[in-house]
Design a protein around this ligand. Structure first.
Ligand code: PRX
Length: 668
């Protein structure tokens, strides 16, 4: 968070105690797996002094291995960039998440509790998960899907989404999930980039009482994806939708086919074989296909699930994320299920039918761990304390936060009104690329400082670097990097010959280090304070949006010459999207411009990327070398109009451009 953002937050929230430290309660500590800071410190030390020994032991403890590995780690963050964990070892993610629980006393335990938008719930035991996943895996096989093939998945939050992931993992197929809020064009781009030949989708989605016509979107995307031979359609709303003869089949009919067995042998995979691709935004226009591995990824997701959420066998765990994002991959499906936990999967939104929805779920299912994003916390906080006060939240023990820095006011509200001052709040910093939590407190033991993600998880070696390529001193802002590989890290980018883009994006800014793209500061206690992205990525409601993608959509609108998109502090979303637009010479902006621009973004990306502010300007501030000076645009978007605070403007071609932008700034 910038200083500007911080001052806005604290000005708006006088109750926030900046700098407060909260000791965890005995209520949480007494049952936490890691039960003292001394144990944490000792294990952390072991994890970085002899990582191979440490990770070898963890891999034995957390995963089933069909064949042992010969080498724990082989790596280089240099020219010869490569990261291999557990070489030679063979395992299977579906086996680890399902089969082993059929024999460890959890066969009849709830694996998934699905809560529908309409407030119905369905429970799937590990045994029923096994049958459903095996049947679907056999269906996929019958359509020619095998090891190494990519299956695109464009589904709302229905249980079949989890079944589909595990079915792919079972047969060694690589899933590429596309968030169901993405548009047809975004889906098309991701299907084309992934090379998928099969798509699993639904007739419609249901969220907040509204129908999302998923199949119609998929049909539009598929017009330009001739390689997709089969489309498996989940019937969520049982409504008539277009079904292409020969291509489209219904999920429920397929899994009920007479020739489909309810058993399916797992495909034993190499430790580093890809488990999934997940596209995420970066600094340039094209989304990056993050490739996660089989064993290392699962080890990270599983181990953090156990220790950070302190999962115990009787617990009911609830992560409110959508599986279309990495949080749902790691912390609705893979992490909790590999731990044999009960994971709640929620189809709807926190404010439907009213702002008590999540608390109602906590009460009805007796949720012990709740994991959500600050943006949702802020919006529920705004709805008033009467909603949580109406429900029995006494089952809660651990409250998680993810996706963006949590401002102190939201933290305090979560702690007092939801956790009743008994729960630990775990502020988990991580990324699509890291696969699992990296910097986080551990429940019951780490003293909490609101807004700090606190300390590194086992094996994680963060370092905050200055522009001079030296580690910054305590208390100073710098860029967050990681020195040493961790098992759940991204292995490579999909379709990136020679690792060119992989190297350039993560390993070139600070040679020899993984660069996260985030700003951070370490305080005198070694606590990490995350300060937001330093690249051209905006974090809107905890979702990563690349400014280049939004600009490409805006520039495709008739009459637009060019645009520049930046983030600005937004009370609920964390960051909002501010778009500067330059019209083509002689073209009037016109009253309907905002709608046309919003429509273009909606079509190209999806509603989440719609600009909050449109500002039509005559020119963008450019340097003599033709680069847009974004730092000025960010300041103006944040409401800073005093040029004294803009820094050096001497490289600008024409400084009066800046004056014009300040003068024409719309009232937000
Ligand atoms: O800027 C950081 C922010 O979210 C980015 C990663 O986004 P994504 O890959 O979509 O993954 C989101 C879920 C892990 C990071 O670069 N971020 C995530 N968690 C936190 C955070 N910023 C501050 N504190 C966090 N706890």
């Amino acid at each position: 968070m910038s200083d500007q953002q911080k001052s806005q937050v604290s000005a708006a929230t006088p109750t926030a105690k900046v700098g407060a430290v909260y000791e965890p309660t005995e209520y949480v500590r007494q049952q936490s797996w890691i039960d003292s800071m001394a144990v944490y410190e000792d294990l952390y030390k072991q994890s970085i002094t002899d990582p191979e020994k440490f990770w070898g032991e963890q891999a034995q403890q957390f995963l089933h291995w069909e064949e042992p590995w010969s080498e724990v780690l082989d790596w280089s963050f240099g020219d010869d960039l490569h990261i291999n964990w557990f070489k030679g070892g063979k395992t299977n993610v579906s086996y680890n998440c399902i089969d082993r629980h059929l024999h460890d006393g959890r066969r009849n335990k709830a694996a998934l509790i699905w809560e529908s938008d309409e407030r119905r719930s369905k429970v799937y035991t590990y045994q029923s998960l096994y049958t459903r996943v095996c049947r679907l895996a056999n269906v996929l096989k019958s359509h020619g899907v095998g090891k190494g093939d990519v299956v695109a998945i464009y589904l709302p939050m229905v249980p079949e989404l989890a079944f589909a992931m595990l079915a792919c993992a079972r047969i060694g197929a690589i899933h590429a999930i596309v968030f169901s809020g993405f548009s047809a064009q975004a889906l098309r781009d991701r299907i084309q980039a992934s090379g998928a030949k099969v798509l699993i989708t639904a007739d419609n989605g249901m969220r907040g009482g509204r129908l999302n016509p998923i199949k119609a979107q998929a049909d539009e995307a598929l017009l330009e994806c001739p390689e997709v031979e089969k489309v498996i359609v989940v019937s969520r709303t049982q409504q008539q939708v277009n079904m292409e003869p020969g291509r489209d089949v219904y999920y429920h009919e397929e899994v009920a086919r007479k020739d489909i067995s309810r058993h399916c042998e797992v495909e034993w995979m190499d430790a580093d074989d890809p488990l999934f691709i997940l596209y995420t935004s970066g600094s340039t226009g094209k989304p990056k296909g993050i490739v996660h591995s089989t064993a290392g990824y699962l080890l990270g997701a599983s181990m953090t699930s156990k220790y950070v959420f302190d999962l115990h066998d009787d617990d009911v765990y609830f992560c409110t994320a959508d599986i279309g994002w990495v949080t749902g991959h790691s912390y609705i499906v893979y992490g909790p299920l590999s731990q044999g936990a009960t994971s709640v999967m929620f189809e709807g939104i926190p404010t439907y039918p009213d702002a008590g929805r999540l608390w109602d779920i906590v009460e009805r299912h007796g949720v012990n761990q709740l994991y959500m994003a600050p943006t949702a916390i802020r919006s529920l906080m705004r709805s008033g304390n009467e909603f949580p006060a109406t429900y029995d939240l006494s089952s809660l023990r651990i409250l998680g936060s993810v996706g963006e820095p949590i401002n102190p006011a939201a933290w305090e509200w979560y702690y007092h009104e939801i956790g009743h001052e008994r729960c630990s709040i775990v502020d988990t910093w991580w990324q699509t690329e890291t696969g699992a939590h990296m910097i986080t407190n551990l429940p019951g033991i780490t003293p909490m400082k609101p807004s700090s993600a606190t300390l590194p998880f086992f094996g994680v070696q963060p370092i905050v670097m200055g522009e001079d390529h030296k580690e910054v001193p305590v208390g100073e802002d710098g860029r967050l990097c990681i020195k040493f590989p961790w098992p759940s890290m991204v292995r490579h980018l999909w379709d990136d010959p020679g690792n060119a883009r992989f190297k350039e994006t993560y390993f070139s800014t600070f040679p020899g280090l993984y660069f996260s793209g985030d700003a951070a500061m370490v305080d005198e206690d070694g606590y990490f304070w995350l300060k937001g992205r330093v690249d051209d990525v905006i974090n809107v409601s905890g979702h990563r949006i690349g400014t280049a993608e939004v600009e490409a959509s805006l520039n495709s609108t008739a009459g637009v010459a060019e645009s520049a998109v930046v983030g600005f502090p937004h009370e609920i979303k964390g960051e909002g999207i501010y778009a500067y637009i330059v019209m083509k010479h002689g073209v009037e902006a016109g009253p309907e411009l905002s709608q046309r621009l919003a429509g273009a973004v909606r079509r190209n990306i999806g509603p989440i990327a719609k600009p909050d502010v449109i500002h039509v300007v005559n020119e963008l501030p450019k340097t003599r070398s033709g680069k847009i000076m974004r730092r000025i645009l960010r300041k103006i978007a944040a409401g800073i109009t005093d040029k004294e605070q803009f820094g050096d403007l001497s490289t600008l071609v024409d400084e009066s451009v800046v004056d014009e932008i300040i003068e024409t700034r719309p009232n937000k």
